[in-house]
Ligand binder design. Structure first.
Ligand code: ATP
Length: 649
C-alpha cells in the first residue's frame, strides 16, 4: 500500500518536473541566446592584441594594408597585407594567421589623437607603404539592448517565481510555475470513469439525496424533460454545516450520472492580481462546455459569492466582485439545456449575493443538515465497513452518543478508534476504542499527569462538575448527563458529557433549564469554596451568549418585546451604527442581567435543596475521577424528564 502511494508520488513529481522544465527552458534559451550574441561579438576573427609601438614598426616594414579606428572604443583594427601574413604566425597560438581581417588590434588611451598620430605615421612612410586609415564610430547594439532587456528579464523572472510560490499553495495548482497560466482555471477534472462515488457511499441525507437524484435524471435523460418544454435547472446550491457530506453528495451525482466532474474551491478564484478570478471563471465554464454533459462543483462558494457591498468605500472588494459578476454572467450565458449543471456548496447561504440565488442560476437550494440518530447509524455503517470490529461493538449505542456529530466527525471517530486499537495491539477495534475516540474529539487528549492539578484544584473541579451534573439531572429540559470526568482533557480540567436532545425549536423554559445546568458549576464552586474561580470561563461565555440571544434575537424578554436584531445577511457587520437606540441597548443589558440573576438564584436553590446528594456526587467524583449516568441515577433517582415523571422543586 505504502509502496503504491510512493510510486504515485514519484509519478506526480515527474509530471511536475516536466512542466517546470518546459517553462524554464524558454528563459534559459533567452538568456543563453543573449549571452552568446553579446560575448561572441568581435571574437569571430580572433585578432591578437599588439601595442601602438608595434603598429608603427609594422607600418615601417610596409605590412599594414589598412587600420580601422573605432573612435568610441579607442581601438584600432589592423588588416595585414595578404602576402605578409606569414610574418606574424608566431603571434597566434596555433601558428595560423586568420585570413579574415582584422588580424590584429591595438588599444589606446583617451589622450591618443588619432588624426594627428596617423598623419605623422603616414608622413614618415614611403608611398607604397602608406596605411589606409578608416575612422568609424561603432555602436554595440547587443550591450545596449542588454542594458534595458536585462532589468526587464529580471522583472519577468521575479514575477514567474512569485506565481510559482502562489500556485504551489493552490489545490490542483493550475499552471505551476507558469505566469502565463494565471488566468487559467485551477479546477480539477475527474473524468467520468474516475468518479467512483455513488449514492451507496452517502449514508443518510434522505431529503438531500432525493433532490440530487433528480439532477442525475436531468443529466441522464434530458430529453424526457425538454420534450414537454421544461427547462433543466442550471444549478443547485448545497447548504449545510461543515463535514455533512456536501462534496460527497456532489461527487455521487457525477458518479451516478456517469459524467465528468469539475471541482474547484471558491477561494481558488481569488488571487491578488486583478482580473485573474474573472478569467478563471471564464476558463472553467469554457472547459465545462467542451466536456458537456458534466457537473461543475464549486466548493465554499461564499469565498466569491458573498453579497456585494451596497456602498463601495472601504468595504468593497473589487476583485472579488468582478469574479462574482463574471460567475453571474457565465451562469446566464450557457443555455439551460447545454448539459452543464453547476453544483455549489456553502456553510453560509445567508451571506450569499441575492443575484446568485435567483431562479435561473442556482434554482434550487438543497439543505444538508447534521445527521439525526438513524442517519448517524448509517454513516457509522459506511465507515466501519473496512474495520475489524470486536463482538462488543454496538452501532446503535454509538449513534446515540454522537449527537451533533457530522459525517466527517463520524468518519474521524472510526479512524481514531482503529488507530487506538492498533496502538494498543488489540486484534479488533472495541467499543471502548470508539468511546475514547469520541471523548478525544469532543474534549481533546486526556492528560493523566498528576502534576496538572493541586489537590485543592482537583476538589474544586470535582464539585464544579458535580454541580453541572446535578442540575442537569434534575431539570427536565437540561440534556441528560452521560458521563462526568475530572481527568483533564485539552484545556479543560473537567468535563460533563451530555446526550443532547435533538430538537430544533426551544421554548423559553427549555432554554432556562439548559442555562441553569450551564451555571451549575459556578454556583457549586461558590457554595463549596465560598468564592468563584476562573474555571467557569467557558460556561459563562456560553451562558452570556444564550442570554443575549434570548433578549436580542428571539424576543424572549417581556420588556424589550418581540423584537429581533438578528442579522441573517451578515451585511450589518460592516455598519458601525446599531439599529437600536442607546436606551434600548441599556434596557437589553438590564434584561440580560435580570435573566442571568434569576438563573443564578434558581440554580443555587436546586443545589442547596439537594445538598446531601451534591456532596455525595462530589466525593464520588474525587474518588473515582470518572462517573456515569448509573451513579447519578443511584444517588439522585431517575433523570427528570420533560413530561414530569419526577419533579425537583
Ligand atoms: P465542507 O463544508 O467542510 O466542505 P462537506 O459538507 O463538503 O464539508 P464532505 O467533504 O463531503 O463534507 O465530507 C467529508 C467526509 O465526511 C467525507 O469524505 C466522508 O468520509 C464523510 N461523510 C460526510 N457525510 C457523509 C455521509 N452522509 N455518508 C458517509 N460519509 C460521510
Amino acid at each position: 500500500m505504502a509502496q503504491r502511494s510512493n510510486n504515485n508520488d514519484n509519478k506526480n513529481n515527474r509530471k511536475k518536473v516536466i512542466t517546470i522544465n518546459l517553462s524554464w527552458v524558454f528563459y534559459l534559451l533567452l538568456i543563453g541566446g543573449l549571452a552568446y550574441a553579446m560575448f561572441s561579438h568581435g571574437s569571430s576573427s580572433n585578432p591578437e592584441k599588439v601595442e601602438w609601438q608595434d603598429v608603427t614598426e609594422m607600418a615601417g616594414r610596409g605590412d599594414i594594408e589598412s587600420i580601422t579606428f573605432v573612435r568610441n572604443d579607442f581601438k584600432g583594427e589592423i588588416k595585414i597585407k595578404a602576402d605578409r601574413l606569414s610574418r606574424y604566425k608566431d603571434l597566434y597560438p596555433g601558428g595560423v594567421v586568420p585570413k579574415r581581417s582584422p588580424q590584429l588590434y591595438f588599444l589606446v588611451s583617451g589622450k591618443f589623437d588619432p588624426e594627428m598620430q596617423f598623419e605623422t605615421l603616414n608622413s614618415s612612410l614611403p608611398e607604397d607603404a602608406k596605411v589606409k586609415v578608416i575612422m568609424v564610430n561603432r555602436e554595440n547594439i547587443w550591450s545596449d539592448l542588454l542594458q534595458w532587456v536585462l532589468p526587464l528579464l529580471i522583472l519577468v523572472l521575479f514575477w514567474a517565481w512569485m506565481f510559482r510560490g502562489m500556485n504551489r499553495n493552490v489545490p490542483g495548482g493550475g499552471g505551476i510555475g507558469n505566469p502565463f497560466n494565471a488566468g487559467k482555471s485551477t479546477g480539477k477534472l475527474a473524468d467520468k470513469n474516475e468518479v467512483k462515488v455513488t449514492f451507496k457511499d452517502v449514508a443518510g441525507l434522505y431529503g438531500a439525496k432525493d433532490e440530487v437524484m433528480e439532477i442525475v435524471d436531468f443529466l441522464k435523460n434530458p430529453g424526457k424533460y425538454t420534450a414537454l418544454g421544461g427547462k433543466i435547472p442550471k444549478g443547485a446550491l448545497l447548504v449545510g454545516p461543515p463535514g455533512t457530506g456536501k462534496t460527497l453528495l456532489a461527487k455521487a451525482v457525477a458518479g451516478e450520472a456517469n459524467v465528468p466532474f469539475f471541482s474547484i474551491s471558491g477561494s481558488d478564484f481569488v488571487e491578488m492580481f486583478v482580473g485573474v478570478g474573472a478569467s478563471r471563471v471564464r476558463d472553467l465554464f469554457r472547459q465545462a462546455k467542451e466536456k458537456a454533459p458534466c457537473i461543475v462543483f464549486i466548493d465554499e462558494i461564499d469565498a466569491v459569492g458573498r453579497a456585494r457591498a451596497k456602498n463601495g468605500g472601504f468595504t468593497s472588494n473589487d476583485e472579488r466582485e468582478n469574479t462574482l459578476n463574471q460567475l453571474l454572467t457565465e451562469m446566464d450565458g450557457f443555455g439551460t439545456n447545454s448539459g452543464v449543471i453547476v453544483l455549489a456548496a456553502t456553510n453560509r447561504s445567508d451571506i450569499l449575493d441575492g443575484a446568485l440565488m435567483r431562479a435561473g442560476r442556482f434554482d434550487r437550494q438543497i439543505h444538508v443538515e447534521l445527521p439525526e440518530l438513524k442517519e448517524r447509524e448509517e454513516i457509522f455503517q459506511v465507515h466501519v465497513k473496512g474495520l475489524r470490529l470486536s463482538e462488543d461493538f454496538d452501532i446503535k449505542f454509538m449513534a446515540k452518543h454522537t449527537p451533533g456529530f457530522s459525517g466527517a466527525d463520524i468518519a474521524n471517530v472510526c479512524n481514531e478508534a482503529a488507530l487506538t486499537a492498533a496502538r494498543n495491539n488489540r486484534p479488533a477495534v472495541t467499543q471502548q476504542d470508539f468511546l475514547d475516540a469520541v471523548d478525544r474529539i469532543v474534549g481533546g487528549l486526556e492528560r493523566k499527569e498528576s502534576t496538572i492539578m493541586t489537590p485543592a484544584e482537583k476538589k474544586n473541579t470535582a464539585y464544579h462538575e458535580a454541580g453541572h451534573a446535578l442540575v442537569g439531572w434534575l431539570l427536565p429540559y437540561a440534556d441528560p448527563v452521560f458521563k462526568v470526568s475530572i481527568i483533564p482533557r485539552g484545556n479543560a480540567l473537567g468535563l460533563t458529557w451530555y446526550v443532547p436532545e435533538e430538537r430544533k425549536n426551544w421554548t423559553r423554559s427549555n432554554m432556562m433549564d439548559r442555562m441553569c445546568a450551564l451555571l451549575g458549576g459556578r454556583v457549586a464552586e461558590e457554595l463549596t469554596s465560598g468564592e468563584p474561580s476562573t474555571g467557569a470561563l467557558n460556561d459563562l461565555e456560553r451562558l452570556t451568549g444564550m442570554a443575549y440571544a434570548m433578549v436580542q434575537y428571539y424576543g424572549m424578554s417581556d420588556k424589550v418585546g418581540a423584537l429581533s436584531f438578528y442579522d441573517s445577511s451578515g451585511a450589518r457587520g460592516y455598519n458601525l451604527t446599531k439599529p437600536y437606540s442607546e436606551k434600548t441597548a441599556e434596557l437589553m443589558d438590564a434584561e440580560v442581567k435580570k435573566l442571568v440573576d434569576n438563573i443564578h438564584e434558581r440554580t443555587k436553590k436546586i443545589i442547596e435543596g439537594h445538598r446531601d446528594a451534591f456532596e455525595q456526587l462530589g466525593a464520588l467524583l474525587l474518588e473515582k475521577e470518572v462517573i456515569f449516568a448509573e451513579d447519578l441515577e443511584r444517588i439522585l433517582g431517575p433523570k427528570v424528564k420533560p413530561d414530569g415523571e419526577a419533579t425537583d422543586e
